[in-house]
Structure formats: C-alpha cells, structure tokens
Ligand binder design. Structure first.
Ligand SMILES: *Cc1c(COP(=O)(O)O)cnc(C)c1O
Length: 366
C-alpha cells in the first residue's frame, strides 16, 4: 500500500466533472480577475460563515497582514499569538513591523487563554486566535480578555473552515476572520487564494479598496494598497468546493472518529477536543512523547506518509532569530514540535486504507 498524508487527487476525483465544467465556463467567459464569480463566492462564503461581509484576497497570509494593517497595528505594537503557530501567522504580524508575543498552547494544541493576560503589556494591540488543526480556540475567554483590555481580535481560520465554538462559526467572533484557500485547506482552491470575513461595513470597504491598489474607482487611488485580488477561476472553483464543504467536513469527522475508536497504542496519544469546540479535522494530530521520529520512519517503511505540523516553533526559526529567543523559552511549544505527528487524513480515504494505517500504528513499539 502507498498512503499519502493528504491525497488531493482523490478529493478532486469525487466531483471532477463539476470542477471541469466550471473551469471551462470561466475560461470561456473572457473575464478573469474580480468579477461575477468572485462576487458570488464572497456572498456565499459570508452566508456560510454567518458574517456580514467576505472580501476575497490572494492568500491567507495576505488576509492576515492586511487585517493588521487596516486595524492600525504596526511598528511598536505587540500582538499575542500561540507559540506553536504556523509561521504564516507570525509573519502576518511582523510584516507590519509589529512584534509577535508568544503564549504557550494548552492540551488542546491551541493558545492557552489562561496565560494570555500575563503576556499583555501597554504595547499590546491585538490577539491573533489561531484555530489550529481544525479545532476552535476558547473564544469566550479570548473575547472577554480582549474586551477587558481593549484589544483587537483577529481569527486565523485557515485550518478551520466551518467549525464552531459553542455553536457559533469561527471567524465571526473577532474584528476580522482570516481564511486561506491553499489547496490543502478544508475548502481548498486549485492554486493560492484567501479571504477575510467581517461584520463591519467600514472595514470590509477598506479591504476592497486596499486589495486593488487602494482604488475603489479605477485610477483613483485613495491609499497605498497592494495587489491581493482573487481571480475568477479560483472563485468559481471555490464555489463548487463550498457546495460540498459540509460533506467533506462530515467525512473527515467520520475518519477522525474511527481513529479515536480504533487507535489503541498507549504510546500514541489521541488529539483532545476542548469542551464547547467542534473540530473539522483539518489534521488528525497525535502526540507521541517517546519515539515520534521512529514511528514516522516505521510508517514510511510500510508505505504510510505522515507530516509534522510543525517541526520548528516560530521562536526558534531562523527567520525570527532577531527576536532573540532560544531553546527553553517556550518549552511546551518545543515539546509539541518534538512529539506531534499528523496521520493520513483526506476526503476519499477508504476504510481499507485507514484500517492499514491503524493496524500498523497499533503494532508499533517505541
Ligand atoms: C495555510 C495557513 C496560513 C497561510 O495561508 P496561505 O494561503 O498559504 O498564505 C496561515 N495560517 C494558518 C494557520 C495556515 O494553516
């Protein structure tokens, strides 16, 4: 057997004819950037998430840095983010000249809200809540802290397309919800794409202007913006994907439940879901405190691919050496980097494939 950690071709094959029809329709339309498909997708995505506005952008990273830019977070300001975040989360903060302030994750792999207040200083301007692996952060606690300290909240929902905290869709709690539609994400495009959602009319309008060189009316530039436009082909294909997203999420849920039920190796700890959160299982991430790399190598021998999300916590990456952190500064994130392993999880995964993965893991000894 040869099982990939994520098999995008498999997901494509589930609805190939629909994607191909939409692609041809857009190609033949003669209109390729910011048009009817983008408008329709923005409307449908806002509705799906339960937000007033959606603005399509070129990537998830753009969604993050433009959010901080438009919220007025820049040089001299601090933004709180979890210490086990994906590097893009941190870049979204630092690209504006702001300083990321790391807070350790809890047993649910997301920011430990109980540790946020200790990290707040007079320079703190915002909290970036990253809903990692498809699981919601404790948004009740995070919003209460933000309110008490007058902080902006940006949600990074790149890995959490359509999951909820206490019944409310993530992305609708903070000032802005940021989404990436990178191909591996829940609602993945066929290239790079992203968006923001917000309930603020004023902010939504600022995003629309900013993404298109700062112009609302062509050649009338109000601010120094950027080019972060969503194209018609991606938007059209995302509309097809969105029409199947609940089905994709439900299927990943079933796969996760099978892992939860059938994985019985005491050395392989299953993911924990915070009470009140639901999870769309962007990844199924186990913790292997002893012998993670040996397990990955053993699985590879058997034709089973796995990924580590993520092997180097941001504070130890070369890119952030200038922050001056070293080994031991964020011990939980460092420990997680050494023990997390994402098991194969994709739409279209067969029972037979999953059985093979489960049996292999259950037979493993460190
Ligand atoms: C994928 C991802 C991003 C970045 O999105 P891009 O579209 O690749 O720029 C940001 N944050 C998280 C948590 C992600 O998983």
């Amino acid at each position: 057997m040869n099982i990939m950690p994520n098999d995008l071709g498999r997901q494509y094959s589930l609805h190939a004819a629909e994607y191909e029809e939409k692609a041809l329709q857009v190609l033949r339309s003669g209109w390729y950037v910011l048009g009817k498909e983008v408008e329709a997708f923005e409307k449908e995505w806002a509705e799906y998430i339960g937000a007033k506005h959606c603005v399509g952008l070129a990537s998830g990273l753009d969604a993050l840095w433009i959010s901080f830019r438009l919220l007025g977070v820049g040089a001299g300001d601090e933004v709180i983010v979890c210490s086990n975040a994906y590097i893009a989360c941190v870049m979204g903060i630092s690209m504006n000249g702001a300083t990321p302030v790391f807070v350790e994750p809890d047993e649910y792999d997301n920011i430990d809200a109980e540790k946020i207040e200790a990290a707040i200083t007079p320079k703190t301007k915002a909290i970036l809540a990253v809903h990692l692996y498809g699981q919601s952060c404790d948004m009740t606690r995070i919003m209460a802290i933000a309110k008490a300290h007058d902080l902006k909240v940006v949600e990074d929902c790149a890995q959490s397309h359509g999951n909820h905290w206490q019944g409310q869709t993530v992305g609708t709690f903070g000032d802005v919800g940021c989404f990436s539609f990178y191909p591996t994400k829940g609602c993945g495009a066929f290239g790079d794409a992203g968006c923001i959602v917000t309930n603020s009319d004023e902010l939504a309008q600022k995003f629309r202007v900013y993404r298109n060189y700062g112009s609302e009316k062509r050649y009338h530039n109000q601010v120094v913006g950027t080019n972060s436009r969503l194209d018609e082909l991606q938007a059209g294909l995302l509309r097809v994907k969105l029409s199947h997203l609940d089905g994709f999420n439900a299927e990943r849920c079933t796969i996760a439940e099978t892992y939860n039920k059938e994985l019985k190796n005491p050395h392989v700890h299953q993911p924990k879901i915070r009470p009140g959160a639901d999870c769309t299982w962007h990844q199924y991430v186990v913790h292997v405190p002893k012998g993670r790399d040996a397990l990955a190598a053993y699985l590879k021998e058997k034709g089973i691919g796995t990924i580590i999300h993520y092997p180097i916590p941001p504070h130890l990456s070369e890119a952030y050496a200038y922050l001056g952190f070293g080994v031991g500064d964020f011990p939980i994130a460092e420990r997680y980097a050494g023990e997390v392993l994402s098991l194969p999880m994709y739409n279209g995964m067969t029972e037979e494939e999953q059985r093979y993965v489960i049996d292999a893991i259950n037979q493993w000894e460190p």
